[in-house]
Design a protein around this ligand. Structure first.
Ligand SMILES: C[S@@+](CC[C@H](N)C(=O)[O-])C[C@H]1O[C@@H](n2cnc3c(N)ncnc32)[C@H](O)[C@@H]1O
Length: 249
């Protein structure tokens, strides 16, 4: 994949993306480290592990995993502009333009995978698309390999749900991220940057894939993963409504 983007411009937009995302996930870097810890453990003794980042955006997690792992790390996303940001700030990862809901997209990566990872992306998929994705992942992840997903998951019990949101919000206040740039503002600023408007269409600079919150809770994810063919599934880390869920093939 050739990038049209200047790497300095791309780096600045990724830095701004990370700050924007921290508005919603104050412990984002810790979540990345925990996902990395799980992946590292599962890949111990594997010569050239294959790890695939689902809905990688501009490659924040992809890059951090690439720094920790010797092997092939592939970032997958349906948004060409975000993928180009990832590619232009090259970490040595591969990037694949694909829709996670399109049957057979995993052929674009090929082979058996040691791990699939994801952050703040799978809640965008409708339950039936997520169930199909889990079935597809169960086919390509090797026995003993894992899916590791960091995302906001919805607690079904109302009082606990409110308390989890309160814990998250207080954490965000303490971390000083509540004034960070909003998602919508980030995209508006992208569309106003002359470095980008000469290279991308307005449509390409408008996030088209998402916004849908499937509202699934941890237990629903676990049930879907088990019925897709994963042997074990459960939460290994949680802060408020922020979870890291692991499923073992
Ligand atoms: C909130 S962003 C998170 C990006 C990145 N994982 C991070 O943590 O910074 C959600 C990402 O999921 C991607 N996405 C949503 N639906 C998708 C789909 N059906 N196929 C591929 N990517 C999708 C979006 O394009 C976007 O990059």
């Amino acid at each position: 994949m050739d990038s049209r983007l200047d790497s300095g411009v791309a780096r600045e937009w990724v830095r701004r993306w990370d700050r924007q995302q921290e508005r919603y996930i104050a412990d984002r870097e810790e979540r990345f480290r925990i996902i990395g810890d799980v992946v590292e453990r599962v890949c111990e003794g594997v010569d050239a592990p294959v790890v695939v980042d689902l809905g990688c955006g501009p490659g924040s997690l992809t890059t951090r995993l690439r720094e920790r792992l010797a092997g092939r790390v592939v970032g997958v996303d349906a948004d060409r502009f975000l993928l180009e940001l990832a590619h232009a700030t090259d970490s040595g990862a591969d990037y694949l333009h694909a829709d996670l809901t399109a049957p057979g997209w995993t052929d674009g990566v090929g082979g058996k995978w040691d791990a699939a990872v994801s952050t703040t992306a799978l809640h965008w998929l409708r339950p039936e698309d997520l169930a199909a994705l889990y079935r597809e992942l169960a086919e390509v992840i090797r026995p003993g390999g894992v899916l590791v997903d960091g995302d906001h998951l919805r607690e079904p019990q109302p009082t606990l749900r409110d308390l989890a949101a309160h814990v998250r919000d207080r954490r965000a206040e303490r971390a000083g991220v509540t004034g960070n740039e909003e998602w919508r503002r980030w995209w508006e600023s992208v569309r106003a940057d002359p470095h980008l408007t000469g290279l991308f269409t307005t449509e390409e600079l408008s996030c088209r894939h998402g916004g849908y919150g499937n509202g699934l809770g941890p237990d629903e994810h676990v049930a879907m993963l088990r019925s897709a063919g994963f042997a074990e599934a459960g939460v290994v880390w949680q802060y408020g409504d922020d979870h890291v869920l692991v499923a073992v093939r």
